[in-house]
Design a protein around this ligand. Structure first.
Ligand SMILES: Nc1ncnc2c1ncn2[C@@H]1O[C@H](COP(=O)(O)OP(=O)(O)OP(=O)(O)O)[C@@H](O)[C@H]1O
Ligand SMILES: [Mg+2]
Length: 338
């Protein structure tokens, strides 16, 4: 399968932080945020524009993230956001079919919420596929083989650990830890160490610029501005990469422990394949500097970071969207028509 067949069908990877849409060879990536005026029943902004308003919006409207921990928590807002972004991407073409990703390990009600939210945008048909399988396909892995592979998708709100064989997940663990938790841990650590309150956007920048899961060869630094909670004055300080790593340690250990449990629960035949081939990381937060190395050391298994890791799930779902008919004829297991 290859991308670029240019059907009208669409893929959506709906995430806690980002919504990604694949359409005709292009991936559109916007924050999963909507600004809504309840009084006038109006959408004020979606995606990037709404993200800029987070924490800065006037009382007349609310800025909402409709997903938490990888699942829809505000159904109405999720529908509005999907509808607005799909409209923006596909314009007025005939209603396409949609392949939407869902984490493995969620409830039927949570799966149905994704299907219903997409259907509310008046799409022709919805197919659901598990995000780890989409991630593996998007990383160019052949998931149809009778060979065990372990894929870990670490996004903004969740970590999804799956063992895959013959196009299906054999085991799936959903852990509600993601990049957002790293950002919040950093905010807490900086206040604890320096009495300095910093904003989410600043913490995100620091995490990506100098954050690390494994000690960097050279200590990196960056300047952050915030509000001193003791003096009640604005202040600028220098933060070191080691301090950021310390803030992340507890979360990193929890993720390693969950993967270890998933390995322990993997059927022996598949475990042998995973020990040989290693574990693949996808999702935005897996790009934290040194994460693959840290997990390799903790688990004693090879761990690889996929190229363009955050786009892997939508790329994989895009591949399926472009081949819906062919895959349906072949009774492919990787997706289900709903
Ligand atoms: N280079 C980086 N280093 C550390 N974290 C990063 C980096 N790039 C992105 N992230 C983090 O990745 C997260 C977003 O990842 P992604 O877009 O895969 O999440 P999502 O799909 O919206 O969420 P989920 O799959 O958990 O529902 C954010 O928390 C972001 O800060
Ligand atoms: Mg995701």
């Amino acid at each position: 399968m290859k991308l670029g067949a240019l059907t009208n069908d669409v893929a959506i990877d709906l995430g806690t932080e980002n919504i990604r849409i694949y359409y005709k060879g292009t991936i559109i990536d916007e924050p999963c945020v909507i600004a809504y005026d309840e009084y006038n029943d109006n959408i004020v902004a979606v995606g990037n524009e709404a993200y800029e308003m987070l924490g800065k919006n006037p009382e007349t409207f609310t800025v909402v993230k409709p997903l938490e921990g990888g699942v829809i928590t505000d159904f109405e807002m999720a529908c509005q956001l999907i509808n607005a972004l799909l409209g923006k991407v596909i314009g007025g073409v005939i209603k396409p079919r949609v392949v939407a990703t869902v984490p493995c390990g969620i409830t039927d009600v949570e799966r149905r919420a994704v299907r219903d939210a997409v259907m509310a945008a008046e799409m022709r048909e919805v197919y659901l596929m598990e995000a780890p399988i989409a991630g593996a396909l998007g990383a160019n892995c052949d998931v149809s083989l009778a060979r065990g592979m372990m894929l870990v998708d670490i996004g903004g709100g969740k970590c999804n650990i799956a063992t895959i064989s013959v196009g299906q997940s054999v085991t799936g663990r959903l852990v509600r830890i993601g990049g957002n938790d790293f950002t919040q841990a950093l905010i807490r650590k900086i206040e604890e160490n320096h009495d300095l309150k910093i904003g989410v956007h600043t913490a995100e920048r620091v995490k990506k610029e100098i954050g690390c899961a494994f000690q960097r060869e050279n200590d990196e630094t960056t300047v952050v501005s915030g509000y001193n909670v003791k003096t009640r004055k604005p202040e600028k300080i220098v933060i070191h990469s080691e301090e950021v790593r310390e803030a992340f340690l507890e979360l990193l250990d929890k993720i390693a422990k969950e993967i270890k449990t998933a390995l322990d629960e993997t059927p022996t035949e598949l475990l042998g394949d995973i020990m040989e081939d290693g574990i693949l990381l996808v999702g935005g937060a897996s790009q934290l500097y040194g994460l693959a190395k840290k997990l390799r050391v903790d688990l004693g298994v090879k761990v690889f970071l996929a190229e363009d890791a955050e786009a892997c799930p939508v790329r994989g779902a895009g591949l399926v969207a472009e081949n819906i008919d062919k895959m349906s004829e072949n009774n492919s297991y990787v997706f289900t028509k709903c």
